[in-house]
Design a protein around this ligand. Structure first.
Ligand code: HEC
Length: 218
């Protein structure tokens, strides 16, 4: 006797539904993964102008900065500011604060700002960032330039700098001197004064220590 062929029953309806759903999801994935490939939406260069769904304000007659213009008599698209105009934050009336020099052209003796806790803390931070690498943490001038290249770096504890008016140290930071570079751009004026207040603190510390130490001990 030949065995009857096994019965081919259709899969139960739940399984069918799951399969159908699975193949639909797969289809969507395949389709969406082709869209960016076909369109090359990103990462491709093209000589054609980009597709612009809403070109409202991009293409319009306008004057770009520093361009020529036939509209104005001087041929420039940009206008000169009205004489006497001062940009916001550009008013530098306080000469001592911005130059370290008084009205008489002499360096101011003391910082033209109030030295409080906050100023000293700001000064300490800025000193650590901008001065300590060369002048070392205590201001002895034994920083990296001295250690690696024997570059003579001024100590803040020498007679000359102890006697400098605050305005002169401001000038050194602003314009540099000898081998010392200018820090006009990285350190704004307010921070320069904060640094000076901190350096004065370092000097006073050293003086006090020298005065109170027993003879022969520094
Ligand atoms: C890149 C290294 C370097 C940094 C950073 C640096 N200095 Fe100097 N500084 C020097 C050197 C070098 C000299 C000695 C200049 C000379 O005599 O040619 C000097 C000299 C000075 C002097 C003495 C100037 C004089 O008239 O003799 C003062 C004051 C001073 N520095 C303050 C500062 C302060 C404050 C900072 C931080 C804002 C600072 N320096 C950051 C290298 C540096």
């Amino acid at each position: 006797m030949i065995a009857p062929p096994p019965l081919k029953l259709p899969p139960p309806p739940r399984l069918r539904r799951t399969r159908r759903r699975a193949s639909r999801v797969l289809g969507v994935i395949v389709l969406t993964s082709f869209i960016p490939l076909a369109g090359c939406a990103r990462g491709c260069t093209s000589s054609r102008p980009p597709i612009h769904l809403n070109p409202s304000m991009d293409d319009q007659p306008k004057a770009l900065p520093q361009t020529a213009s036939t509209f104005f008599y001087d041929g420039a698209s940009m206008r000169q500011p009205v004489p006497g105009t001062v940009a916001i934050g550009g008013l530098k009336e306080d000469v001592a604060f911005f130059t370290g020099k008084g009205a008489d052209g002499q360096f101011v003796a003391t910082i033209p700002v109030t030295a409080d806790e906050a100023l000293l803390e700001r000064g300490r931070q800025r000193y650590v960032i901008y001065c300590q690498p060369c002048h070392d943490a205590r201001g002895d001038g034994k920083g990296i330039l001295f250690q690696r290249g024997s570059v003579p770096t001024a100590t803040f504890h020498q007679e000359k700098i102890l006697k400098y008016p605050d305005g002169q140290i401001f000038d050194v930071i602003t314009n540099g001197v000898g081998l010392m570079p200018a820090y006009r751009w990285p350190i704004p004026p307010a921070d320069r004064w904060a640094i000076i207040a901190y350096v004065r603190g370092l000097q006073r510390d050293r003086q006090a220590r020298a005065a109170s130490a027993p003879a022969g001990v520094k």
